[in-house]
Design a protein. Structure first.
Length: 166
């Protein structure tokens, strides 16, 4: 029986490598990632400020809409119930809420994580400067946003727990 030369073995090995290598599919071939997202193993990895399957949704979009607002002043036992139509306009790392109770100016919030934000301090809420936001924070879980903020009214600082429900 005749033995095959080492060259034949090498060619057969090279053929197998080429055939197997051509079977690997490019999982990112048809995936388009927006807003400078990058496809990794068939899924988009989104830059800060964007989310969704294709990085096509700004992070603050989930906060838009009409919310039923419940507020409790920390020193009171009663609740104040308000129906707000919040308008949220955002950027990569912040958004502005207009339509909050008793505010003529928008309230600026800054993103802390995908579902958490802080309320910027020292914001004037009324044209007469009688109400000034001292700061706060909120977070979203499912369709519920909870948090706390404080404000100064004349010489008194009050803290308010809030819940926004859709």
């Amino acid at each position: 029986m005749r033995q095959l030369s080492p060259i034949v073995y090498r060619l057969a090995f090279l053929f197998v490598i080429l055939v197997l290598g051509s079977c690997i599919k490019d999982k990112c071939g048809k995936v388009i990632c927006y807003n400078k997202g990058v496809c990794v193993d068939g899924q988009c990895a989104c830059p800060s400020g964007f989310e969704g399957l294709y990085c096509d949704t700004a992070w603050f979009e989930k906060f838009k809409g009409t919310w039923q607002v419940d507020e409790t002043y920390v020193r009171d036992t009663g609740d104040a119930h308000f129906g707000y139509d919040l308008k949220i306009v955002g950027a990569a790392d912040s958004f502005t809420i207009t339509g909050l109770h008793d505010s003529l100016n928008g309230v600026v919030c800054k993103r802390q994580s995908r579902y958490e934000f802080s309320i910027k301090a020292n914001q004037v809420m009324r044209a007469d400067s009688s109400i000034i936001i001292r700061g706060g924070e909120g977070k979203m879980k499912n369709d519920l946003v909870t948090g706390v903020y404080s404000f100064k009214y004349k010489d008194t600082t009050l803290s308010v727990n809030f819940k926004w429900k859709r």
